[in-house]
Write a protein that binds this ligand. Structure first.
Ligand SMILES: [Zn+2]
Length: 66
């Protein structure tokens, strides 16, 4: 597994609160909306991108706290 994939998986384990229903989910189960807000599977709409998509486009090195 390369560093990028490792960072991606780690990022997916982060807990994030859904902006729609305020329930906390793992990032890997969330959807990214325009404006950088994250939504859960129940609150997402067709304009949003699933973790599998956006996590491959983002520069995760900038999101890593450590
Ligand atoms: Zn939600």
């Amino acid at each position: 597994m390369d560093r990028e994939e490792e960072a991606r998986l780690k990022f997916g384990q982060r807990i994030q609160r859904c902006y729609g229903c305020f329930v906390a989910f793992y990032m890997k189960n969330m959807w990214l909306a325009e404006g950088g807000l994250f939504y859960c599977n129940n609150c997402k709409d067709d304009s949003m991108f699933h973790f599998e998509d956006f996590s491959r486009k983002l520069d995760l090195s900038k999101l890593q706290p450590d």
